[in-house]
Ligand binder design. Sequence first.
Ligand SMILES: [Zn+2]
Length: 142
Amino acid sequence: MAVLLIAEDDEDIALVLVRVFKRTGMTVLRESDGRAAFDAILEHRPDLVLTDLGMPVMDGWELIDAIRGHPDDDIRRIPVAVLSGHLRPGEPRAASAQICAIMLKPCPNDQLLATMGELVAIGPHDHDAADNRCPADIPVSV
Ligand SMILES: [Zn+2]
């Protein structure tokens, strides 16, 4: 069964997310800042990462860069989805950060589950070297 790491600093949102994904049978790990999340990723090697963008210590952008820049394939190729409450349309980092899916808060649970289910199905992968396109090709909801 898939292991999901959630990086989310809002306690209320994190509780809901953990409950929603645990109900599907996933093992869910949760950290409340990017640095703690990255440490947990190195230790537990989750199958999936779902991250907020605005977080203390190390934000979601830095977390994604740390994952994608890691020399170990097992870390670098983990599917990463973003769940954010304040992502501006056309944010240039969204196109360059090798994100597999972007969802905006509040995101319906069925969309969250469907998106993460697709990423479990596709598994670890690289993005296109030229344009960062994700092979999962999930429509961006921004
Ligand atoms: Zn991807």
